[in-house]
Unconditional design. Structure first.
Length: 368
């Protein structure tokens, strides 16, 4: 039978596996950093109204430039990010992954390079490969922070075209201080200059503020966001960026025609009408995340400081074996391949209780 290796696929794709976390039918699923709270009934009804209205015009193409949606996203960013953002500063796509893809199609590509500081969001490297952009794995300290001197050296030596800074970082959860981001931006401009992408997928869960104000006077800086996490809309697939208007113009050179459906735009607009309610759920998740940190440490585990809606915990001699033992107790967490560590998403109080019971039982077995 014909397999992938029998097809004329690109050499850099051979032997690779698709991105994806296990989708298993277990009582408690805490492995994909989803918001565990269903959308409120009032928002579901408003989505139905918006989509019903959009359905009347589905014989026509959607607004190619998503102007209304970008305007409302700009208003949300201005309100929550402590920095004035206009429609011309915002671009939206099918999840933040498509935003990243469009950025790499525009500023990366064959003969160009991108760097990220790993462990970090693995899709940066995967999308780089998919766009023909050479990937450079930059260093992190043992505590998963970015060592400024080492990172600056990596940028100076490799002179990348695109620099990714994920804050809060996935899968480790820790945030990057603004002064470190600024220093890396300056290093990138001195080396190339380069585009610097701040991936803020989890920023609403952070103890600190968004780095949106750093856009001022920095045309090569981009802030990437998503509605999948804080908005509880992972199934919507809506990501967006904020940047200088020239960056927005540039990514439109590679975007597919009518890439955001009318239904997607209508649903996102409905969600943006309910930001206060949705951000209330965020506060609950932040409290649960902090509880997980306290309880895991009390149970004897090491925990990385987290500004996200998940917690990295360890250390294990065999992380995958520990993952399996937790799964055997009906709880699915994430084995990200970081040696000695696992990651758990903050769930509802009941889900978190089930997880904590599982890891406490595992610890008792190890001590017996």
């Amino acid at each position: 039978m014909t397999g992938i290796d029998d097809l004329p696929v690109r050499d850099e794709l051979r032997g690779k596996t698709p991105y994806g976390a296990p989708q298993l039918d277990v009582p408690v699923r805490l492995n994909t950093n989803e918001n565990p709270y269903p959308l409120p009934a009032a928002l579901v009804e408003r989505i139905a109204e918006r989509v019903r209205e959009a359905a009347r015009g589905l014989n026509r193409y959607p607004d190619r430039d998503a102007v209304e949606l970008r305007t409302e996203l700009a208003a949300y960013l201005t309100k929550t990010g402590k920095y004035p953002v206009g429609t011309e500063n915002v671009w939206a796509a099918n999840g933040s992954n498509e935003v990243i893809q469009q950025l790499l199609q525009t500023f990366g590509g064959p003969g160009r390079t991108a760097i990220g500081f790993e462990p970090s969001y693995s899709m940066h490297a995967l999308i780089a490969r998919g766009t023909g952009t050479a990937w450079i794995s930059g260093p992190r300290n043992d505590d998963f922070t970015i060592g400024l001197a080492a990172a600056e050296r990596a940028i100076a030596e490799n002179r990348p075209d695109v620099v990714f800074i994920t804050t809060p970082n996935n899968p480790t959860g820790n945030a990057v201080p603004p002064e470190t981001v600024l220093a890396l931006y300056e290093a990138a401009q001195a080396a190339k200059p380069s585009m610097v992408v701040i991936d803020e997928a989890y920023i609403e869960f952070s103890h600190g503020d968004s780095l949106l104000p750093l856009l001022e006077g920095r045309p090569n800086l981009v802030v990437s966001r998503t509605m999948s996490k804080a908005f509880g809309a992972a199934g919507l697939r809506l990501g967006y960026l904020a940047a200088h208007p020239a960056v927005v113009d540039a990514v439109q050179l590679v975007r597919l025609p009518y890439h955001l459906s009318a239904v997607t735009q209508a649903t996102a607009l409905a969600a943006l009408e309910h930001t206060d309610t949705l951000l209330g759920y965020v506060e609950q998740l932040k409290a649960e995340r902090d509880r997980l940190v306290v309880e895991l440490r009390a149970a004897g585990y090491e925990v990385t400081e987290s500004d996200a809606n998940f917690v990295q915990f360890g250390r294990f001699a065999d992380a995958h074996a520990a993952w399996r033992k937790i799964l055997d107790r009906g709880v699915l967490v994430r084995d990200n391949g970081v040696p000695g560590w696992l990651r758990v998403s903050a769930g509802t109080p009941e889900e978190n209780d089930a997880f904590l019971d599982a890891v406490r039982e595992m610890k008792k077995e190890q001590s017996a």
